[in-house]
Design a protein around this ligand. Structure first.
Ligand SMILES: [Zn+2]
Ligand SMILES: [Zn+2]
Ligand SMILES: [Zn+2]
Length: 466
């Protein structure tokens, strides 16, 4: 727990008041039940049983602490709520793993024999930025001088001899912001979904060519299924992590009717990523050719080779990225404008990106961009999949809701055990607010979360020893 000495006096008072209340244990129980959510929804309401013999109150928040029930906020962003984002990542993992390993969620185990590749597609460079590098001897200098040291046209060094630590705020910031191509950067984020779409078409073409088939023949024998997540790199540009799989043409996860293995699929992905282009119009009337960066990573999954990824690892890797977002830039998840920018504590680079996005949004070809300034122009979904990859996130969350509903129903039935099963259960809820009531409550919830983590860790270590 945070030493109370570092907390403001008022917060300490609030903690003392909460802990001294007779319903404190029940309050802690609620905090635990909503998974130590950082900003739970407060609900007020009641559940009634209605039957032929009349109504009976089964549950009411009137007897709960502060007369409310705490429910998870469900935010997927780790910066907004670590607990709920873990839950989201867990759901994501289920979806990804089902599609990679099969044998669950309606996906047959035979899916493991389908060619499957884990690919990372990056953005190209828009100007040198501070970065971490390693060479054979370990951490290396950011941008060493090659030949004669040269200043850029703005009189700034074009090199950086620092070895940046992982938490160095300079990481991702341009070496010279005036040399950096801000319009190109925002244009890439804005058009990235279309570039991805073209990439998927290019993969199909490359596969058809490798198999010696026409596009129509290929479509009759093979379907390219994928799930992808977008991640913001430190410099504020999106890149994609994806699991790409070959299936048969039907709806039932049959193998593709092609003799292409995972290595062949990886070749097609590399070829498509290197060659796909999108020409877009810039405000000055010039054309800008967008493409993916040269850094491209493909790894085959499933085949049992030593250097391959397991389905577990591939699923975990992508699920982790699904919880990150532009919030890492301190921009939050609301719309912003240059006027509200000074209120946010963000880097000079992030500020320039926001201003650039706002400026581009003025032009017809970038209509709507101003709504996506907080995402630095990226309007795509953070996680998306083709229809047949596996079941949907909504279905998994629905299962979870159904499970919770059943639990709640059981809880209610226990409370009124004499009632028949034909009883109608009527629940009425109203929204009472968001988040904990006081800073003291938040501090208590956080410390309870830390304690729970510690206990889980101790239990894990004990199991490992035993
Ligand atoms: Zn939450
Ligand atoms: Zn540097
Ligand atoms: Zn410069």
């Amino acid at each position: 727990m945070t030493p109370t000495a570092t907390l403001p006096a008022q917060t300490v008072d609030e903690i003392v008041v909460r802990a001294g209340r007779p319903d404190f244990d029940r309050w802690i129980e609620q905090v635990t039940r909503c998974g130590h959510c950082s900003r739970p929804v407060r609900l007020r309401g009641r559940i009634e049983h209605r039957s032929a013999t009349g109504r009976q109150l089964a549950y009411s928040t009137d007897t709960e602490p502060d007369r409310v029930l705490l429910i998870r906020c469900g935010n997927r962003r780790a910066a907004a709520c670590p607990s709920c984002s873990y839950e989201y990542a867990g759901d994501m993992w289920q979806l990804l793993y089902a599609g990679a390993a099969g044998g669950r969620k309606g996906v047959p185990e035979s899916i493991r024999s389908h060619p499957l590749v884990f690919a990372t597609l990056t953005a190209p460079g828009f100007g040198p930025v501070h970065t971490t590098r390693t060479d054979r001897s370990g951490p290396a200098r950011c941008r060493p001088v090659h030949g004669t040291p040269r200043l850029c046209q703005h009189g700034r060094p074009t090199w950086c001899t620092a070895i940046h630590a992982e938490d160095d705020p300079r990481l991702g910031q341009p070496i010279c912001p005036d040399c950096y191509d801000y319009p190109g950067h925002i244009a890439f984020n804005w058009h990235a979904p279309e570039l991805w779409r073209r990439f998927t078409i290019a993969v199909r073409r490359a596969l058809a060519r490798a198999a010696g088939l026409t596009a129509a023949e290929f479509a009759r024998r093979c379907r390219v299924s994928f799930v992808k997540v977008a991640e913001f790199q430190r410099r504020g540009v999106v890149h994609f992590h994806a699991l790409i799989r070959l299936d048969g043409p039907g709806e039932d996860y049959q193998p593709p009717q092609l003799s292409i293995d995972a290595a062949g699929l990886a070749d097609a992905i590399r070829h498509a990523a290197a060659h796909v282009r999108l020409t877009v119009e810039m405000p000055d009337g010039s054309g800008l050719v967008l493409r993916f960066g040269e850094q491209l990573d493909t790894q085959t999954v499933n085949g049992g080779q030593a250097e391959e990824l397991t389905p577990e690892h591939a699923a975990r890797y992508i699920a982790k990225y699904a919880t990150k977002s532009a919030e890492d830039f301190g921009l939050g998840d609301r719309r912003i404008s240059p006027e509200t920018l000074p209120l946010l504590d963000v880097s000079d680079h992030a500020q320039r990106l926001v201003r650039q996005a706002w400026q581009l949004g003025e032009h017809e070809a970038y209509d709507g961009l101003r709504r996506w300034v907080h995402m630095l122009g990226f309007r795509g979904h953070f996680a998306s999949k083709s229809r047949r990859y596996s079941i949907t996130l909504g279905a998994i969350r629905g299962e979870r809701r159904a499970y919770r509903q059943r639990q709640a129903d059981e809880h209610v039935r226990e409370l009124a055990a004499d009632e028949q099963d034909t009883t109608l259960i009527v629940a009425r809820w109203e929204f009472a607010g968001l988040g904990y009531l006081t800073t003291g409550d938040t501090a208590l919830a956080l410390s309870a979360a830390a304690r729970a983590r510690e206990q889980r860790q101790i239990a894990k270590e004990e199991r490992a020893v035993a």
